[in-house]
Design a protein. Structure first.
Lengths: 108, 454
């Protein structure tokens, strides 16, 4: 009766981290802030790459957005994908799942 | 052009492309396009095309000569009607990725069937049997859809949602915005009471009484309280329900929605309800837009269709995004037993993403025609109401007839039976409360609002 697309958003850059590293507060920014932010970014990129590798095994395809990577599948249900990522050692806060159902032909 | 500009342009194009691939977008474009064109021709003196196209089949009894005369006069109008809607729906079908040749063949069949049904529905004897055109279309569709295998090319044109959304936007043009503003708060309050109570009962029954998965409970609750299949789909997506959960909820909605198309108008007429109250009750207690329009049209009075639309579209459909957002938060915190800090983040965009976009078209249509009338002097305003709004009302009637035929053709009872007794029982409990509560609110608490809609 329905078709679906499971979409997993993995944020490369998070706004709150820009705040905590003082990068948005220009008067206080220094080289260490940028270096620290760079380390965080490298760590996050590595985690996202890891998620992508796991999801690729399940047949997900990927597109890049301004600040995130989107993984999509029409074969893996949202809960299955989420359970799989958690089992693989990733945390809820590292991704966002969006599930979209659409009616198949002719449904009221 | 810089790299940033190229990227921006590509992004914009892909967003426009995505927008064009949605049924809601085509329903808005077709209906608003029609309203704008008709309005322009009113001022330029070329509205004859639209008034001719708005064919109303005359009533007839045993003497078929009146019918033959009426059909003869309307022949050119029927050709216009067929050509216009085949062209615009066909264009949309092409972009939406349907097989256009098959769509046109299917739509042609649907169009011929709609004429036959409307002719039958205009017969005084059949009308006396309480078989208005919507019910007749539904019965004929159900009969064919459940007893014979329909050809594949016909399937392409059986797009219930495509036609009903176009009809709803056209409905906006016939509903003054002042009425929406006046009755909106009553509709929203009544809908909120019924939605919360019905959702709560179905969800409680499903999870606590029958031990079903909370996600299935939420899909059933949404289907029975918010906005039928659209509600079940939106909430199912928001709480990451399994495909099976959503399918069960849709089956429940279809079974009850089809039953209510016959039951609600029958009860409303038996209880002698005023059309405005009957429409509000149907808007509160029907489960799907398309089915609700069939039931409201079966009352046989425009006031019932108006109050139904206010209740269903303004009161219920509009809030599906907010419901989805709340259920999404519930699913990642309560159901997954996690604190807000540890749970997955839910984006506020969820509200907009799940919002049924055709409602925007409905509001624009209403604002547009209300503004036009307010700028005209009383004489010209009356002419605009008669020629343009009157024609749009008739055209809306045709889109609904195609909708009702589609409901019939596509509802396969055999395919809806494998759902198990527990979801059926949970949903039935919701119906048992929803229907009398909807009656009481429409007929007692908010009666003065609904009686005031002319």
């Amino acid at each position: 009766m329905v078709e679906y697309i499971t979409r997993i958003t993995m944020k490369l850059i998070k706004r709150d981290e820009l705040d905590t590293n003082n990068l948005k507060n220009v008067s206080e920014v220094d080289a260490n802030c940028v270096r620290s932010f760079g380390h965080q970014l490298a760590g996050r990129s590595e985690r996202i790459a890891g998620m992508m590798e796991r999801l690729a095994k399940k047949g997900f395809t990927f597109t890049a957005k301004q600040d995130s990577i989107i993984a999509e599948s029409t074969k893996v249900e949202a809960q299955t994908a989420k359970r799989y990522l958690l089992q693989e050692g990733f945390h809820d806060s590292e991704f966002q799942v969006y599930l979209e159902y659409t009616r198949k032909w002719g449904v009221l | 052009m810089s790299q940033i500009e190229v990227t921006k342009k590509a992004k914009q194009e892909s967003e426009v492309g995505r927008w064009m691939k949605k049924e809601d977008s085509w329903a808005i474009m077709i209906a608003l396009g029609l309203i704008i064109l008709a309005t322009i021709t009113f001022f330029t003196g070329g509205s004859k095309f639209f008034t001719t196209m708005a064919v109303a089949i005359p009533g007839w009894s045993k003497d078929a000569s009146k019918l033959a005369g009426g059909l003869g006069k309307s022949f050119l109008g029927l050709i216009y009607l067929y050509v216009f809607f085949t062209a615009v729906f066909g264009m949309g079908a092409n972009v939406l990725g349907f097989n256009v040749r098959q769509f046109i063949a299917g739509f042609t069949t649907l169009f011929v069937a709609s004429i036959l049904v409307t002719v039958l529905g205009s017969n005084t004897f059949i009308k006396e049997m309480q078989l208005e055109t919507p019910l007749l279309a539904l019965i004929i569709g159900l009969l064919f859809g459940n007893t014979m295998k329909l050809p594949e090319w016909l399937h392409q044109a059986l797009r219930t949602e495509y036609y009903v959304k176009t009809g709803i936007v056209l409905m906006g043009a016939t509903l003054p915005f002042t009425i929406i503003l006046k009755a909106g708060p009553a509709a929203i309050t009544q809908a909120l009471i019924v939605s919360v109570v019905t959702f709560g009962i179905i969800y409680f029954a499903a999870t606590k009484l029958f031990g079903l998965d909370p996600r299935l409970g939420a899909c059933l609750g949404a289907g029975g309280s918010i906005c039928g299949v659209s509600g079940a789909i939106a909430i199912g997506g928001a709480c990451r329900a399994e495909k099976q959960h959503v399918s069960i909820a849709i089956s429940m909605v279809i079974i009850w929605a089809v039953a209510m198309i016959f039951l609600l108008p029958f009860w409303a007429k038996s209880l002698g309800l005023a059309p405005g109250i009957a429409g509000a009750w149907i808007g509160t207690s029907e489960f799907a837009d398309a089915a609700g329009f069939a039931a409201a049209e079966a009352i046989g009075d425009e006031r019932a269709v108006k109050t139904f639309t206010l209740m269903k579209v303004v009161g219920r459909d509009m809030f599906v995004g907010i419901w989805a957002f709340l259920v999404a938060i519930l699913s990642v915190t309560v159901w997954e037993k996690k604190s807000a800090k540890d749970s997955e983040r839910i984006d506020k965009k969820e509200i907009w993403n799940r919002f049924p976009k055709f409602i925007i078209g409905f509001f624009i249509a209403s604002i547009l025609t209300t503004m036009v009338i307010s700028f005209l002097d009383p004489k010209a305003g009356a002419a605009y109401s008669k020629d343009i709004i009157g024609s749009l009302k008739t055209l809306r009637g045709w889109t609904f007839t195609w909708t009702f035929l589609c409901i019939g053709f596509t509802t396969r009872f055999r395919e809806l039976t494998s759902i198990g007794w527990k979801p059926l029982a949970a949903f039935a409990l919701g119906v048992i409360v929803n229907v009398p509560l909807g009656y009481w609110l429409s007929n007692e608490v908010f009666a003065s609002y609904w009686l005031g809609i002319k």
